[in-house]
Design a protein around this ligand. Structure first.
Ligand SMILES: [Zn+2]
Length: 349
């Protein structure tokens, strides 16, 4: 199993309706918008039943609401609104005709029920974000969270009068994050085990003779399945056939700050001879003991393995061109004479 996380920040514009809703949250108040006979909360630009534009007339709702439906989250992730077990609930605020999806900090699953009366808790230091409405608690419950307050502790807009006018919040920063677990294929598991043992494992197609690393259990050229019987150990030496110097731009979660190089390493043949076409190539490999400027096509390199106790395959997935992350520190020059550039100049894989 490997755990993958895909995450990125983005900024969204809120528009006049949600923007006003968010502006009110920063002041400890929840607004709905009038649409015909009813009030929609959360407010929307269009009535979900008819598609007609809503009135633009904002109405304060709540602060007390009724749980209409709920589900218990026993093991919150780090992206959930609370770091302790809580309920996601549809909450119909008093005065609203629709329900708002939000979190309820009930203290325990046994305290949750449909019909439960709940009150909102707001961030003591609002940021102009939907998260300023932190969560709901059962009416009358004590709040021990230092960062949240009752709405009255902020500065509510004039007491629930219809036609509330606020300057809308225009944009909001979001952090999108998805974590998922992926089962390694049988071939990837064999590759992972070999890395932990300090060996590079490849696979040779009996039809075309091409050697793949890591093994994939199929030949992409012939379209045939391969198996464990086609696996073979490969030398951890080779030649650089391509390289890229990456100059990092600033991005969230950045680890590299200085320009770094990634190289393609054509491994020596399984019998230890210099490789020819059909041999295995590992892409996007790091280098050690050599500056970016010194890296060149034709340079002979060898793998630098991490000490066995420190090796891991945490970042190994089923894709890619031979990740060695967690097993190798990188590839260092052997000091042997370079091979001819012409030999590799037209080679991609
Ligand atoms: Zn083949």
């Amino acid at each position: 199993m490997v755990t993958n996380t895909v995450e990125f920040p983005y900024r969204r514009s809120l528009g006049p309706v949600i923007g006003t809703f968010v502006a009110a949250l920063a002041r400890g108040q929840i607004l709905g918008v009038r649409s015909g006979e009813r009030v929609l909360c959360p407010p929307l630009e269009y009535d979900p039943d008819t598609g007609a534009a809503t009135s633009g007339e904002f109405v304060a709702v709540g602060p007390v609401g009724t749980v209409r439906s709920w589900t218990w989250v026993g093991e919150p992730s780090d992206r959930h609104p609370l770091d302790r077990p809580f309920a996601f609930a549809l909450i119909q605020l008093d005065g609203a005709g629709t329900s708002l999806l939000h979190a309820v900090d009930a203290g325990g699953e046994g305290a949750m029920r449909t019909g439960l009366r709940v009150v909102p808790r707001f961030r003591a230091e609002p940021k102009g974000h939907t998260g300023d409405l932190a969560y709901f608690v059962p009416e009358g419950a004590e709040t021990t969270d230092a960062g949240v307050v009752d709405g009255a502790a902020l500065s509510p807009v004039a007491g629930g009068e219809p036609g509330v006018v606020l300057e809308p919040v225009e944009t909001m920063e979001f952090w999108s994050s998805l974590t998922y677990r992926e089962a390694l294929s049988a071939a990837s598991e064999r590759y992972a085990r070999s890395l932990l043992a300090g060996r590079l494992l490849g696979q040779r197609c009996p039809t075309c003779g091409k050697v793949y690393v890591p093994p994939r259990d199929f030949c992409a050229i012939d379209g045939i399945p391969l198996g464990e019987g086609d696996d073979l150990a490969l030398p951890d030496r080779g030649v650089i056939t391509n390289f890229t110097i990456v100059t990092p731009v600033k991005y969230p979660g950045q680890k590299e700050t200085e320009p770094f190089v990634r190289v393609s390493v054509l491994l020596d043949a399984p019998d230890g001879q210099l490789s020819e076409s059909g041999s295995a190539l590992m892409g996007l490999q790091p280098v050690v003991d050599v500056t970016n400027e010194e890296v060149r096509v034709g340079m002979r390199v060898e793998a630098v393995w991490l000490p066995e106790a420190e090796r891991n395959t945490d970042e190994l997935g089923n894709r890619g061109w031979g990740s060695t992350s967690g097993a190798l520190t990188g590839w260092r020059p052997t000091g042997e004479q370079d091979l001819s550039v012409e030999r590799y100049i037209d080679r991609v894989f």
